[in-house]
Design a binder for this molecule. Structure first.
Ligand code: SF4
Ligand code: SF4
Length: 350
């Protein structure tokens, strides 16, 4: 694919960021105690869009909030009445700076489920109103394995604008979608850049250096194939033995999308919430009659692994995992999905 590549330097990039923050509602990685998270920012000094460390949590809450109030109601002896519906804080036009490729890529995975049997209009609105600006990592972190999972250097439309550090202090800025193209026209000062209308060759070169920095590599097609045959593998008990079912892995994961609906009611007034849930939660599949098909954690971990590498793939054609490693970084007992699926697949029962 031939794209227009704007070439600037670090100073030009800083000016670009400053212009974006001055003109737009902007969210970017903000550091606290050595960890980064997406926060709304009003100056470049508050954030680090080029942080070499990925955010601990993904940008998912900006599209799928952790706990959203979906309605208020009153209920008394005369019946139940809805008072107000969804007060969505995330429908304004906004820009996200510094999303890593895996995080941006996860939105394409979520798009499939949110456009499936039920169209989630709030999610769609948030997606349409957001410009995603992604800075390609220069180096993999310990738990990253995104290059093993469909990180396609030729298909970079997961983000609207891609920023890549090139050679000799050069920075390449490219629009990857029409939205990104319109955004660059409004926010990038061409006087600070050289227009470089050739090919992605330099992007590819940087990609090769980046890909060589990965410690973790897997053949996901082999994993898909093997996991699809091992539902009864005893390995699931071993890999889940230390899990404390805290659900952290699902909450930080950019692709996990399970939620629960709960009501909080005081006297006649109630609020209904849509909040994150997780298949690692022991009550997740508890039915009204008391039956629970996944009362033990190995069954829940089996569901997690197979949903990510078998069931989602069968339904939507791709893995429900982008290899970001956030689950492994945050798990209090050091369980890594990379190790889980590799261990189970390599002990395939035939
Ligand atoms: S974060 Fe770790 S301990 Fe918590 S549910 Fe996930 S795998 Fe289990
Ligand atoms: S399962 Fe883990 S590695 Fe895969 S997308 Fe979720 S957080 Fe990232």
């Amino acid at each position: 694919m031939n794209v227009e590549i704007f070439v600037t330097d670090k100073a030009g990039l800083q000016k670009f960021y400053e212009a974006i923050i001055a003109r737009n509602e902007t969210w970017a990685p903000v550091e606290k105690f050595g960890k980064f998270d997406f926060k709304r920012v009003s100056s470049l000094g508050e954030c680090d869009p080029d942080s070499p460390i990925a955010t601990t949590r993904s940008a998912k809450p900006l599209f799928f909030p952790r706990s959203a109030k979906i309605m208020k109601y009153t209920a008394d002896s005369t019946g139940t009445r809805v008072k107000e519906t969804d007060e969505d804080p995330f429908t304004a036009k906004r820009v996200i700076l510094g999303m890593k490729h895996c995080d941006a890529r996860s939105l394409q995975v979520l798009d499939k489920v949110y456009n499936w049997d039920y169209i989630d209009n709030d999610y769609q609105k948030r997606r349409q109103n957001t410009v995603v600006i992604s800075t390609r990592c220069d180096k993999a972190e310990t738990h990253c394995f995104c290059t093993s999972l469909d990180y396609d250097v030729e298909n970079l439309d997961a983000m609207d604008v891609l920023i890549v550090n090139g050679t000799e202090g050069k920075v390449h800025i490219t629009a990857r979608t029409e939205k990104g193209d319109a955004f660059l026209k409004e926010n990038l000062d061409p006087a600070s850049c050289i227009l470089h209308p050739v090919s992605d060759e330099e992007l590819k070169k940087q990609y090769q250096a980046f890909a060589a920095s990965f410690r973790l590599k897997m053949n996901y097609k082999e994993i898909n194939e093997k996991l699809s045959k091992i539902f009864d593998s005893p390995e699931f008990e071993d890999v889940s033995a230390n899990c404390i079912s805290c659900n952290t892995c699902a909450f930080v994961c950019p692709t996990c999308h399970c939620f629960k609906i709960s009501d909080e009611r005081v006297k006649d007034t109630g609020v209904r919430y849509k909040s994150y849930d997780s298949c690692n939660n022991g009550y997740f599949t508890l039915m009204a009659g008391g039956h629970n098909p996944r009362p033990v954690k190995y069954r829940r971990w089996r569901q997690r692994a197979l949903h990510k590498f078998v069931y989602y793939k069968e339904r939507f054609g791709e893995n429900l995992c982008v290899g970001c490693g956030k689950c492994a970084v945050s798990c209090p007992v050091n369980i890594s999905i990379f190790e889980v699926v590799n261990q189970v697949a390599s002990n395939e029962v035939v």
